[in-house]
Design a protein around this ligand. Structure first.
Ligand SMILES: NC(=O)c1ccc[n+]([C@@H]2O[C@H](COP(=O)([O-])OP(=O)(O)OC[C@H]3O[C@@H](n4cnc5c(N)ncnc54)[C@H](O)[C@@H]3O)[C@@H](O)[C@H]2O)c1
Ligand SMILES: [Zn+2]
Length: 372
């Protein structure tokens, strides 16, 4: 997959990416101290003057001070947690907007992790048939993934992310400073998605993470900034390409077929999303290894990095038959075969149309899942 040059810059000055979407172009700013620069950035992006912050009590407790000046309105705080990512919470945002008489010259500023971004983005997509949203992601996962691409939405009791819209942001402002308060496990969960980008599209990114782990966990700017920027660039270029040629976005699903199944069979309680994806990447790499389409040294490098990143929740009690069933519910299996993103090497991948249940079963066994 050919991609433009990386916007690497370790001097600490803000980086800027432009993303083209169906709804127009928007900018992604990445840099330290952006919280303070936000009013100016919003004016430049022509974000309407009445600005309603949507956040949650956790994020607001840590970082509310930084953002207090960007809005004269009371912040709308939604409860923290995936179990509140539903339509009732969107309804609470509508209530607050209507009570404050928010009109079309209003905008929502989503300050939080992927959940705040998805819920607030969906409220913005639908309130008065759509008002602008500014994404200010505060988890690593949101900074490298969910804040870019325009997908917003909520869960339904019968499934995750079933209610949604496409509502690209007016602006994305990524400040690595806010990650200082992020719990280590949450940080690590986001970092697995960074590893994913490395495997599908950038050996350089993969190596940067592998050689800079301690600086990354120490949240050092010089380490974080280029890693976030490169991840955003890959996500942006994949979602842009997908608007022209369908299917490219699928490569972002590397590790996700098995990852989603592991999350589902453990009822979304055992894994942080990224942790399940870490296992999913190992399974995909093992399938590629068995097919001899991936060099053994690259499979080893992936395994070594994931091990070095820290402990993952156990899988040895999860029967592979249940995981396979969950994959079948999630993905279409045609004649016993399914489409699967497989690595060709670190930095390169393919969408294989013919992965069999048997290949999957073997790779799950290698991971330590019992067969029954
Ligand atoms: N729209 C998309 O394209 C897309 C892509 C990937 C994931 N998602 C969605 O994102 C959600 C997961 O997002 P997430 O992993 O960011 O989880 P999250 O939003 O639940 O955040 C994780 C936890 O960290 C806390 N937190 C956030 N920022 C913090 C900070 N700076 N310091 C301390 N604590 C902080 C949150 O309050 C929360 O408790 C899922 O619902 C998923 O479906 C969406
Ligand atoms: Zn993911």
């Amino acid at each position: 997959m050919p991609l433009p040059a990386a916007p690497t810059n370790s001097s600490g000055s803000p980086l800027r990416l432009e993303v083209q979407s169906r709804a127009g172009r928007y900018q992604v700013h990445i840099g330290s101290g952006l919280a303070e620069a936000l009013p100016g950035l919003m004016t430049a992006a022509e974000v309407p003057a009445r600005r309603f912050i949507v956040s949650n009590p956790t994020v607001w407790r840590y970082h509310g001070d930084r953002f207090a000046d960007i809005s004269a309105e009371d912040p709308i705080l939604i409860p923290d947690g995936e179990r509140f990512k539903h339509l009732q919470t969107v309804g609470r945002i509508y209530d607050a907007l209507i009570r404050a008489r928010a009109d079309r010259a209003s905008a929502i500023i989503a300050i939080g992790g992927g959940i705040v971004g998805d819920v607030a983005g969906f409220a913005a997509a639908t309130y008065l048939r759509g008002i602008p949203v500014v994404q200010v992601p505060t988890t690593l996962l949101a900074q490298v993934d969910s804040a870019i691409g325009g997908k917003v939405g909520v869960n339904h009791p019968l499934g995750k992310n079933l209610i949604g819209a496409f509502h690209p942001p007016a602006l994305v402002a990524i400040d690595p400073d806010v990650l200082r308060t992020l719990p280590r496990r949450e940080f690590r969960a986001g970092l697995y998605e960074v590893v994913k980008y490395g495997v599908i599209a950038s050996r350089g990114l993969f190596e940067r993470v592998a050689s800079g782990l301690s600086a990354l966990f120490a949240k050092e700017h010089a380490a974080l900034l280029p890693v976030i920027a490169e991840s955003c660039r890959i996500k942006a270029s994949v979602v842009e390409a997908d608007e022209r040629e369908t299917g490219t976005r699928r490569t972002l699903n590397f590790g996700h077929t098995v990852g989603h199944a592991l999350e589902a069979v453990t009822k979304y309680r055992r894994f942080r999303h990224g942790e399940a994806i870490a296992y999913g990447m190992l399974v995909a790499a093992d399938i590629a290894l068995a097919r001899r389409t991936m060099p053994p040294a690259d499979r080893e490098a992936l395994g070594a990095l994931i091990t070095k990143m820290g402990p993952l929740p156990a899988v040895a009690d999860l029967p592979s038959s249940e995981v396979l069933e969950a994959i079948g519910r999630d993905k279409k299996i045609v004649n016993g075969r399914l489409h699967f993103v497989l690595p060709l090497a670190i930095g390169q991948c393919e969408v294989a149309p013919d992965v069999t249940e048997e290949e999957l079963r073997e790779a799950l066994a290698r991971l330590g899942l019992p067969k029954a």
